[in-house]
Design a protein around this ligand. Sequence first.
Ligand code: PRP
Ligand code: MG
Length: 211
Amino acid sequence: MAQLTLALAKGRTAKESLRLMAKANITFPDFHEKSRKLVFYSEDQSIKMIYVKAVDVTTYVEQGAADIGIVGRDNILEAEADLYELLDLNLGKCRFVIASLKDLQIMKGKKIKVASKYPNVTKKYFSRNGLTAETIKLNGSVELAPIIGMADCILDIVETGNTIKENGLTILDDVEHISTRLVVNKASFATKTDQIQQLIRQLKAVLGGTE
Ligand code: PRP
Ligand code: MG
């Protein structure tokens, strides 16, 4: 059987994703968090794992450099990539929200400034709601923007709610639920159907029927 290339998102959910795969008997003996290596092979050599930035996973998969990817739905929505999203791994659960300092009135016809790491998701949310927004793209610490007066509100991820709370922001709206997903290159799904279906079956089995 041909080898599958898997792009795994570095960061918060990588460990949990690897733990889930290990439960399904897919292990990467060379992998340890402090390693600077970027390519790892599963014990049976059936999977070649490339360890990449979360924002780049959909690019590797869409380009066919990886057959499959494991990445958060936040990055999938932002990337608007042409690929299949086939499994919810039920990890990294969080949500996209709109937040601001108290008392912001978002009104139709009034242009508001929104800071976000997710400009495409932001634009879609505001146009869907018939609102006019100017999006300011940031790469992190987005909660700062309303505090220092650079933006009226933010669209960002909330997990525990601590960051929002500790920076005195209030949630104005819930936008979307996020979790870690398995994505698949469309051509690979046609050419490596059996391997991909088998991997999905193995993962589903350890997800305990929650998917
Ligand atoms: C993420 C996200 C929020 C925070 C949410 O930021 O952008 O700021 O975590 O988590 P919480 O609700 O549990 O506080 P991250 O720590 O990844 O840093 P960054 O935004 O600077 O990249
Ligand atoms: Mg943050």
